[in-house]
Design a protein around this ligand. Structure first.
Ligand SMILES: [Zn+2]
Length: 549
């Protein structure tokens, strides 16, 4: 590509002395000659590109936003994209078509082809087109990657031998910057927890994203004590104490958000492990239609919550999003004419004008004792965080009987198990049948990353188990989803409205299987069916549904 300068001279676009100036700058600043000439104002990018295009027969991509095939993003890491100013566009047979504004010399092309194990074809695009595509497709990972490079560039390991460890922890020091990047990265990736762990000779930092742990960094082992020390300093813990567990808090500000980090440090046999729980104090309740329920389900929920009294129960395991659903419902019901009181453990989101009470068993403020006292406060709507004992169950059904709309959660798998569970807790079935308006059961499934979606290789037994006879899709893992293949979560739901037939079954102490059969006849879409519909629409994968069912 050395001749590019001469070609531009032949075309009369630049002079010999301009070429020499450009060459010097490209050497001194380690930029490409074309860019140097553009920066110097000798040629425009358009002139350079059309010359290159004509001279070498390289097609130019149409102006405007580049259309990138997201399934190819994993071939080109954000670093490679940045270093070579390239972005993958499409596949041409076994080759990958990359956009560039400067076709490189064959040595670099060879190295790139080796790195990605695919043949490369170039098309031309402007610097701005490539930069804007890079921002769109690689956003979020750039900072984290630059911090990794930061650590490596500064060769902290060798620096450590020569500097005072205290100095490495100074505000401008590499450890401080790295820890900040780890925390900001966690917030950007929407992680709920950060685990900083040493296990034998392995030191890794994992994020819990959408409920699943994923290793994000493997810093050098020698950095372990300094990184844990830095976190202890931030959490105002005793840095010299290494033998007992310590708890603390860090208030962290990231891009205008205030974030509360709960820090737990625990001595393990290989050194101290740290877990940071990220509490976003600005979390807001979602609107009902943002939960991922189908329009039909939303209609059922709206029917249920239009009652003035009765009991509505949400079933699901811990982490199934039950609380989120209840907050959305309460937010919808919240208006001047009604009084809403909640009993929660813990209060996760604050809703304006609601009376929210945090349970505290240490002073005997339990769901049961709290429920007894709030009934004296003239509420219209009551939320009891969870029904897990006879006393709470009986109190909640009585409250529903006496003219209150009562919401609560029960720890069980699907809607038809709810009446059976209440009976086991000692609530008379005729009472349940009288007050129960309906049950919602739900799970959270991770959402396929739309940038790296491809056909899933679903094992035969899984297909049979789910009864799937169509192609399913899953994310492969790319820059947009931090290599996980999923980004975000959505609900799968099952809603059963208690009608006369189900009421009769409850009174007859029917089994959960009998209740389920009746509910399906009545039109209830089961959790499994709800999940399969999401797979059919490529929202989630068969593997993911099998994980949560
Ligand atoms: Zn992806």
């Amino acid at each position: 590509m050395k001749q590019i300068g001469n070609i531009l001279i032949e075309k009369g676009l630049i002079t010999q002395s301009q070429l020499e100036k450009g060459l010097k700058i490209s050497r001194d600043q380690n930029t490409r000659l074309g860019m140097a000439l553009i920066d110097l104002g000798y040629i425009t990018e358009q002139e350079l590109l059309s010359t290159l295009s004509k001279q070498f027969g390289i097609p130019m991509l149409p102006p405007g936003e580049l259309v990138v095939d997201p399934t190819l993003l994993h071939y080109i890491t954000p670093q490679m994209a940045k270093e070579y100013s390239i972005i993958p566009i499409s596949q041409k047979g076994d080759a990958i078509l990359l956009a560039t504004f400067d076709p490189m010399n064959s040595a670099i092309v060879g190295r790139l082809e080796n790195q990605i194990s695919r043949r490369i074809i170039f098309n031309l695009a402007t610097n701005e087109q490539i930069n804007s595509a890079m921002k769109r497709y690689y956003l979020g990972n750039e900072d984290m990657l630059s911090s990794m490079r930061y650590i490596e560039d500064y060769k902290v390991d060798s620096v450590l031998d020569t500097i005072d460890p205290d100095e490495a922890l100074l505000e401008s020091g590499p450890i401080v910057k790295f820890v900040n990047q780890v925390l900001i990265g966690a917030i950007k990736e929407r992680a709920s927890d950060v685990h900083i762990e040493r296990d034998g000779n392995d030191f890794h930092i994992r994020y819990r994203i959408d409920g699943i742990l994923k290793t994000m960094f493997r810093p050098k082992l020698s950095l372990h004590p300094m990184i844990t020390s830095r976190i202890k300093v931030m959490a105002k813990l005793d840095v010299s104490e290494h033998r007992i567990p310590q708890d603390g808090r860090i208030m962290f500000e990231s891009e205008g958000y205030k974030i509360d980090l709960r820090v737990a440090v625990c001595p393990c046999i290989d050194g101290e492990n740290v877990v940071l729980r990220i509490l976003n104090t600005q979390n807001k309740a979602l609107e009902l239609n943002q939960l991922g329920f189908t329009p039909k389900s939303l209609e059922k929920v709206n029917t249920l919550i239009s009652h003035n009294f009765g009991l509505i129960l949400v079933a699901g395991q811990t982490g199934s999003g039950k609380t989120t659903t209840l907050y959305s419902i309460l937010q919808k019901l919240n208006r001047e004419s009604v009084k809403i009181i909640t009993l929660e453990d813990p209060v996760e989101i604050r809703l304006p004008t609601l009376n929210q009470i945090q349970i505290n068993p240490k002073v005997d403020l339990t769901f049961a004792s709290g429920l007894r006292s709030i009934l004296r406060m003239d509420p219209d709507i009551i939320l009891v965080g969870e029904i897990r004992d006879q006393e709470t169950a009986v109190l909640a059904t009585n409250a529903a009987m006496t003219g209150h709309l009562v919401f609560s959660t029960v720890h069980c798998g699907n809607t038809s198990e709810v009446p059976v569970r209440l009976a086991k807790m000692g609530v008379e079935p005729y009472l349940t049948a009288n007050v129960l308006l309906g049950m919602i059961a739900q799970r959270l499934v991770r959402v396929n990353c739309t940038h790296c979606l491809h056909e899933e290789n679903t094992p035969k037994d899984l297909r049979e188990k789910l009864g799937i006879d169509f192609a399913t899709y899953i994310g492969r893992g790319c820059a947009a989803c931090a290599g996980i293949g999923y980004r975000g979560r959505t609900c799968i739901e099952e809603i059963t409205i208690v009608d006369n037939e189900i009421r009769q079954k409850i009174i007859e102490r029917a089994t959960s299987q009998e209740l389920e059969d009746t509910a399906i006849k009545q039109g209830t879409v089961t959790l499994k069916e709800s999940g399969i519909n999401k797979i059919r629409n490529h929202v989630t994968s068969a593997t993911e549904l099998a994980r949560v069912l």
